[in-house]
Design a protein. Structure first.
Lengths: 337, 337
């Protein structure tokens, strides 16, 4: 059925737009009789209120914005499912915005939010994000914002993370106990909090096990599948090549496996591999992959629940909320032996 | 920097909201002097126009809505990248909405769009969608809509698809040529156009090769990972179990592999497997997976380009546009022999 807007409804009833609007909002300026005429016609002609108009009158948009770097990563798709499980129950819509790992994109997205398009924001920042003015500005505008997974440490709002330091430590410890002595750590960013915490854990494990960590084993991978492959291939071809790899993000799994295949390096005999990954295919890879599996769904759900607590009660403070949900190391064939 | 809204700007300048609004929109009713005062103050206090307000004045939202069943499927994440590659160039925002394979959700999302929140829509329908009133209503409201991948055949608008019939045919032919005689076809829907076309291709190949297709080999999998696993296990445990499987969607890959592992069925010796999949991990699975790989990025890009052609020129008709971009069969170890 076709719908009408307020202008068409006004024309139909030969009333002013202002009268229609007031009637629809039950204004005391409008008689009961006129209200009835307007409401009946609104139903009859399938009048749909303009969402922006409702928002202008100070109503809520009933929408939350979720800003993530990408969707081609099972962590984020699972986190979205967690967020939507809560939003659905609350009758809210979820809009997903992708920064594609670009700080400029992320700034533009947050700028849009300042006009009232969303009631609250859940964000996992891009790998390029170093400054946080764009985030502080949005919060200063009164729009509640919560970080999940990738946070800006200097912004004073709620953060839902996993135990990145401990996970980096556990991954390195798992390999050190198996006598690996040249463990490469593949990072995706010099600035991202999660990357640095995972790296710190890796370094701490080396210190505790009294194995010196070689700086040449810490490698940064760009946001480009082909370049990643080249970087990893080069790492594995060097004279003192690593005897193990910790890949700090899921999308490095395929290039690591492919580079090993090309160079005829047997996983796990010649080189052991652990990835931070929520891939459902981890257990059916050749060989099956040892993973640090993150509580993606729960992190999304927890972040959304906290946001709704804030949306429902103005006096809830997000400032001191720091929730850490632990990850799990799942040992499989890629680190056997 | 904190921003102000029009009300705060009016208070600051001791002018009416209406005067501010008219000045900001360069109305002839307002003097040049007042305009300058208002514009200077708007810049000084970081006034951000309300997006809904601009929209109310008949301006565009500069936003397109993308409705997809889920993001945990590499087809859709690649298609989104294709869509965003075009939208970015045009200075448009992309909002992603997930139906989670629910017809109710999909209807609610489209209902929201009727208020002017988006200028145009790209949709891939849920597996439950049989009726198309919600889509026809939106189009009748003047919001251009284009299908990609999963279409409603009865709606008269542009459709960007891949060659699903031919792909189903090619998959079955590949297995029939390898002497498979009991080829199971795993579908996800009785109604979805893509599922039915793939199945028709499968049936046609059987007919052309004069091999009768057994109806018991056509199995419907629900939208639930655990139940899928049970259904597939049961299929492989029956007396005349299949000697090959065609999985018509990516997410059936893991349960097929796991069920074979549990039942100690060797892929490809005991059973051959082909999946419709864009998984980057297809080549590193154990064994590497033969896939029908869809042109996901190109389909998204083509759909977006066509939508912008319509948004830029009112007289472009979407009715007769039917673009088919072919998929590719990539043979790997899961069908060797």
């Amino acid at each position: 059925m076709k719908s009408v807007n307020i202008k068409e409804l006004a024309r139909e009833l030969k009333l002013s737009i202002s009268t229609i609007s007031k009637a629809l909002h039950d204004s005391h300026e409008i008689s009961a009789k006129t209200k009835k005429i307007v409401l009946d016609a609104a139903a009859k002609f399938n009048y749909i209120p303009h969402p922006y108009a409702s928002s202008l009158r100070g109503k809520k948009s009933k929408t939350i914005g979720v800003v993530i770097p990408e969707v081609a990563d099972s962590f984020f798709s699972l986190a979205i499912n967690g967020i939507e499980s809560v939003a659905k129950e609350k009758g809210y819509h979820v809009l997903i915005y992708l920064s594609h790992e670009s700080f400029e994109n992320e700034k533009n997205i947050l700028q849009q939010f300042r006009g009232g398009r969303v009631d609250g924001v859940l964000i996992s920042v891009s790998r390029e994000t170093i400054k946080s003015d764009h985030i502080n500005d949005l919060i200063a505008d009164g729009i509640p914002l919560i970080f999940f997974d990738r946070v800006c440490d200097d912004v004073d709002t709620a953060k839902i993370t996993t135990d990145d330091f401990e996970s980096g430590y556990r991954a390195a410890e798992h390999l050190l106990k198996k006598q690996c002595r040249r463990i490469a750590f593949l990072s995706i960013s010099y600035s991202l909090s999660i990357s640095n915490k995972r790296l710190e854990g890796y370094l701490q494990a080396h210190q505790d096990y009294k194995i010196p960590a070689d700086k040449k084993m810490i490698v940064y991978c760009p946001d480009d599948a082909k370049k990643n492959y080249t970087v990893i291939k080069k790492l594995l071809q060097q004279k003192n090549r690593p005897d193990a790899i910790i890949a700090s993000v899921e999308k490095l799994t395929a290039p690591v496996y492919k580079a090993c295949e090309l160079l005829k390096l047997n996983i796990p005999k010649d080189i052991k591999v652990i990835c931070f990954s929520n891939l459902v295919t981890a257990s059916i890879l050749n060989p099956s992959l040892t993973t640090i599996t993150q509580p993606a769904f729960d992190m999304g759900k927890t972040a959304a629940k906290l946001l709704f607590r804030k949306l429902e009660k103005k006096n809830v403070s997000l400032k001191k909320e720091n929730i850490v949900i632990p990850s799990t190391l799942i040992a499989r064939s890629s680190t056997t032996g």
